[in-house]
Every structure is written in C-alpha cells, then in structure tokens.
Design a protein around this ligand. Structure first.
Ligand code: UT7
Length: 333
C-alpha cells in the first residue's frame, strides 16, 4: 500500500541549559524530586530565538539531509502551540524564510500530538499527488511556563524538530482523536474577549478556574498522567490492529517526551522492552510538538533506523489530544 518515508530530519535546541538545581533557586523544589518524578535532568531554553527561527534551523537541516531544495516542497505543515504571532501563521513565515515558493502552508494546534498529526495530514496530501512535504514542530514553551508553579515550570523546554516526507510503498496506519471534555486538565488561555461595548466579563468557563485568567499553562498533572498511561497503549494497539501486525513487531516506538514514568508505564503495559523506545527528555524536558521530531532527528543521526523497520510514533497532550502513526523506515532511503 502507499505509505510515507522520511527522507531527511533536522532539529534545533537553543543554547541556554537549565539544570534541575537552577529551579530550586526559583521555586520550592529539589533536583532529586524533579529527577525521580519526571526523569528530567536539564532542558534547553530559548535565549530569545523566536519559534519560526528554531523551526527554520531544524527545517534547513532536514532539507539538507533529504537533499531537497526548498523550491521542491509542495507543502509545509507546522505544529506549534507557541507561535510568535496570532497572524501570520508560523508556516507562512517559515515558507518565506526558506524560500519554499511552491509550498502550501498549514499551521496546526495539536499540542504534544502536533508532529504526529502533521505527519498524518502530510500522508493524506501525499496520497492525493503531492511529492515532498516538510513537517515541523517548534515550541517556545517557556514563554507559557508559570515560573511560580513548581509542578509545571520544571517540565518544559524549547526546541524544534523537522522531517521531509515523501511517498513510499509499505504499511501505514494511524489512529488520532481527542477527549475535548477533559480540556481543563491542561490549558493556556489567549486574550479574553474585549470590546468597548462589553458590559459583562468573559463568559468562558475556563476563566473561572484557579489561575484560569492567566495566559500560562495551567495543569492537573495527575489527571494527564493517568490518561496518558491509558491512551498511549490503546493507540499503539489501535495502529497495530489496523496495519495487521502484532505490537511485538514494532522496532521503534517513539513517544512524546513528557515524563519518564509515563513512558515506562506505557512500555510495561504493552509488554515491550524499554530498548524499543528512545528517550531524550533527560536532556530536553517536555518540548510539546517538537519532542518527537527532535527524537527522530537524533535517532536518524545515530543511525538507529534500518531499512524496513516498523516505526510507531505516539503523541499526547493538551486537548486532551492523541495521535499515533505506524510506518516502515524507507527501503530506498
Ligand atoms: O505534555 C503533556 C504535559 N503534561 C504532562 O505531561 C504532565 C504529566 N504529569 C506529570 O508529569 C506528573 O504528574 C508531575 C511531574 C507533574 C507531578 O508528579 P506526581 O508524582 O503526579 O506528583 P503530584 O502532583 O502527585 O504531587 C506530589 C507532591 C505534592 O505535594 P503534597 O500535596 O503531596 O504535599 C506536590 O505539591 O509533590 C508536590 N510537588 C513538588 N514537590 C517538589 C509538585 N511539584 C513539585 C516540585 N518539587 N517541582
């Protein structure tokens, strides 16, 4: 059947390195608490680089490794929850910066499932005749982090990951969805409605939640934790069933880098060894829509992917939203 192949990858990590001990200076926490509860040791923070800039750096690497000229791209799909502008979109800005003059441009707001959603959307464009699509996840999460909330600010990092996708032969399946009624488990608000004629305050129910009137990420970590440890195995089983393979046939299961305990619980639930997953949250924390792209680039550069291997990607996060795709590493990469 028609599938996808990843012909190039790239990533960008900004220069500031924030260790766990740095957070003990600003909130009531300790390096040991952060390490044992999350697995995170340090994360990279933007030193002022905008979201588009990190995306451009990752995209240029991905294009170079795919031996692709920006003009050959038919589309750019950009996953982010931390764009630089309300408008124009990040994909439009990136298209201009890259000089990808033939590419259509789409931004998607799918939080930590963003890159996987982007890949599935790209697949559908490839099916309809497109040849080369750039997918990118880029996040400046630390601009949404509440540095007075010890339970959330310690999690987040900034960065970008990108892949060039082309059509291929092989297996492909996906399972995507959301649990929008659980949206208050993690959210960050935008500008409230306001105009000179308004007589009442906001009618948005989220605004009445504790901290709901701030633009920072507000999170019920435990709720997300419980949901994630259930939805990740369910999604993996779903994509395997659709592709007609057993989960034990997966060579690499690349999960959104949220928390080491979530990853361990998911692998245990699936009865798969930790050696079949890849983790870099120790170095980068949770980079939302960028995390899976950064993993793919590191794994590619480390030569971990072999022709014909079955790769499963699963993202999950604010929405609540989840996405899984299963495909083979290109035989003609
Ligand atoms: O991409 C999706 C984004 N969100 C996530 O992935 C979040 C998923 N959830 C998690 O990663 C975990 O739930 C957290 C790391 C956020 C929290 O870990 P936990 O084991 O679920 O801790 P908890 O919320 O049950 O809190 C246990 C205790 C609480 O104190 P009390 O009430 O027992 O006295 C917290 O106030 O730990 C306290 N606590 C901290 N203590 C030291 C919370 N944050 C910290 C901290 N340092 N940074």
């Amino acid at each position: 059947m028609i599938s996808i192949k990843i012909t190039g990858t790239g990533s960008y990590l900004p220069p500031i390195v924030a260790a766990n001990s740095d957070y003990a200076d600003i909130v009531d926490t300790s390096s040991e608490w952060i390490l044992t509860r999350t697995g995170i040791e340090e994360r990279r923070l933007s030193s002022g680089e905008p979201t588009w800039y990190m995306a451009q750096k990752a995209a240029e690497q991905a294009l170079m490794s795919a031996d692709t000229d920006p003009g050959e791209l038919d589309g750019i799909i950009f996953a982010t929850i931390s764009g630089d502008y309300t408008t124009p979109s990040m994909s439009c800005v990136l298209q201009g910066k890259l000089g990808a003059k033939n590419a259509l441009t789409i931004d998607i707001n799918c939080a930590c499932a963003g890159l996987v959603y982007a890949i599935d959307i790209a697949y559908r464009y490839l099916l309809s005749g497109f040849n080369k699509i750039l997918v990118v996840g880029s996040e400046n999460l630390t601009k949404l982090a509440d540095y007075s909330d010890r339970a959330s600010c310690i999690l987040f990092g900034d960065g970008a990951g990108a892949c060039v996708l082309e059509k291929s032969e092989g297996i492909y399946s996906s399972q995507l969805g959301s649990a929008g009624d659980d949206g208050t488990a993690i959210f960050a608000r935008s500008q409230p409605p306001q105009n000179v004629f308004m007589t009442k305050g906001s009618l948005n129910e989220y605004d009445r939640l504790p901290l709901g009137n701030k633009h920072y990420i507000t999170m019920d970590g435990k709720e997300i934790y419980k949901w994630a440890t259930r939805i990740v195995p369910e999604t993996v089983r779903g994509v395997c069933q659709k592709a007609g393979i057993d989960k034990s046939e997966i060579d690499w299961l690349v999960l959104h880098q949220a928390n080491m305990r979530i990853l361990e619980a998911a692998m245990k639930n699936l009865d798969l060894p930790m050696s079949k997953t890849y983790t870099n949250l120790q170095k980068y924390g949770n980079t939302s829509g960028a995390s899976i792209g950064i993993c793919l680039d590191e794994m590619n550069r480390e030569g971990l992917f072999k022709s014909g291997q079955k790769i499963c990607l699963v993202g999950f996060g604010a929405g609540l939203i989840y996405a899984g795709v299963l495909f083979e590493w290109g035989r003609d990469n």
